[in-house]
Design a protein around this ligand. Structure first.
Ligand SMILES: [Zn+2]
Length: 408
């Protein structure tokens, strides 16, 4: 295939070098071959196919590290879920995947969707049937009987069942293993503040997944679950809310966080989860229920805690929990905006890393997340400069995945 050159006024490669001005990226097929300054382009470079994007910032495609393709984002989440057939789940998953791609998400990590749906969506994308991000999927999550998200989970209650489920998920095609280490807000009858598995059970799960070369992602709201997941050396902790029973609320645990940092565990705080719902509550469009009151009361603390994680050296990757109530697949930019505009206190550039290079590291993928020779040609161009104004991420001018343009 011929080499194609894309030029832009600004290229941000997520390579630790800041912004390259008047720069270019060359790719051949689905692979980046060269990146540099336009002044260094030769006659031979400019005589072949070339796209001049002008006043945009060219950067790696976004990686949304936490999604659920078959959840409806609506307030009636569970009623929607239980009312759908597998055929409808497939239609919904394809719609969501396309919405994410159009908003610049070129890789989507799905943290819990029935195996037959999500592995088929992944395959449909790989063979070119649908426009979608690259899908990195756990398939069914591991949970306790009646536990968080049991309706797309494998229910397991002891070490033998856990190991069998890990092996079955890998056999079915899981890219990683997802475990619900605590209860969760959307599943009635579970307790988000308490653990679903003992430390020994978590260790058995992680050891078996790692033996098979698969990473482990643990959903953790309550502090006991964060402790067990950290002790077991999971690879990513989702939410990491430090919820406690007494007094009800959030209680940050610096000692546990020191261990998370020391063990190199990534935290995916799902910063924007439910935020659109919160906006509607604040506007008075939705009545204030005790659940929303609790959410509102904790919001400031959640954002401060994300900032404290960074101060203690924890690597943060972005994931929106798209699919849960008030969280939309085309709205991933909100996750990065909130990191910058709230007490989380990120610079725009540090926020961009959470959805590019650091996100790829969290997934254990060396082929995406950075614009550099040998990486996949997954790029987006946005009007303006997101390093000065993070809201520029909304002004999508081009979306390219594996050298194929979907927008622009
Ligand atoms: Zn989730």
């Amino acid at each position: 295939m011929p080499t194609i050159t894309v030029t832009a006024d600004r290229v941000w490669a997520a390579d630790g070098q800041g912004v390259y001005h008047n720069a270019f990226v060359q790719y051949d097929g689905d692979m980046i071959t060269r990146i540099g300054k336009q002044a260094d382009l030769s006659q031979a470079d400019t005589s072949v196919e070339m796209t001049a994007l002008g006043d945009v910032t060219l950067m790696p495609g976004l990686i949304n590290c936490h999604c659920h393709l078959t959840l409806s984002s609506s307030p009636n989440l569970l009623a929607d879920y239980f009312g759908m057939s597998d055929e409808l789940f497939m239609a919904l998953a394809i719609k969501h995947a396309k919405e994410a791609l159009m908003a610049g998400v070129t890789t989507l990590r799905d943290c819990g969707t029935k195996n037959n749906i999500v592995f088929a969506v992944r395959k449909a994308h790989e063979i070119g049937l649908i426009d979608a991000p690259r899908i990195w999927a756990s398939g069914a999550c591991l949970t306790s009987t009646g536990g968080h998200c049991y309706f797309f989970g494998v229910e397991v209650d002891n070490e033998t069942e856990i190991k069998r489920a890990v092996r079955a998920q890998v056999k079915a095609g899981a890219d990683f293993i997802k475990v619900m280490a605590t209860g969760g807000g959307i599943t009635p009858g579970t307790n988000p503040r308490r653990e679903q598995f003992s430390e020994a059970e978590m260790v058995a799960l992680v050891n078996d997944a790692h033996r098979l070369g698969k990473r482990v992602s643990a959903h953790c709201h309550g502090t006991p679950g964060v402790r067990n997941a950290t002790a077991a050396r999971v690879d990513t902790i989702e939410h990491c809310s430090f919820m406690v029973d007494e007094p009800p609320g959030l209680k940050y645990e610096p000692d546990v966080v020191a261990q998370i940092a020391e063990r190199g565990i990534y935290v995916i705080p799902t910063t924007s989860t439910g935020y659109r719902m919160l906006e509607q509550v604040l506007r008075g469009d939705i009545p204030r229920t005790p659940q929303y009151e609790g959410f509102l009361a904790n919001q400031q603390t959640r954002m401060e805690n994300i900032g404290r994680l960074v101060t203690q050296g924890v690597r943060i990757a972005s994931g929106s929990d798209a699919g849960v109530t008030g969280t939309y697949f085309g709205d991933f930019a909100l996750d990065l905006e909130l990191l910058v505009t709230t007490a989380a206190g990120f610079t725009p550039e540090s926020a961009l890393y959470t959805a590019t290079a650091t996100a790829a590291d969290a997934l254990g993928r060396t082929d995406i997340g950075v614009l550099a020779p040998g990486k996949k040609a997954d790029m987006i161009a946005v009007r303006g400069n997101p390093l000065e104004d993070i809201h520029a991420l909304r002004k999508i001018e081009m979306v390219m995945q594996g050298g194929k343009k979907y927008v622009g």
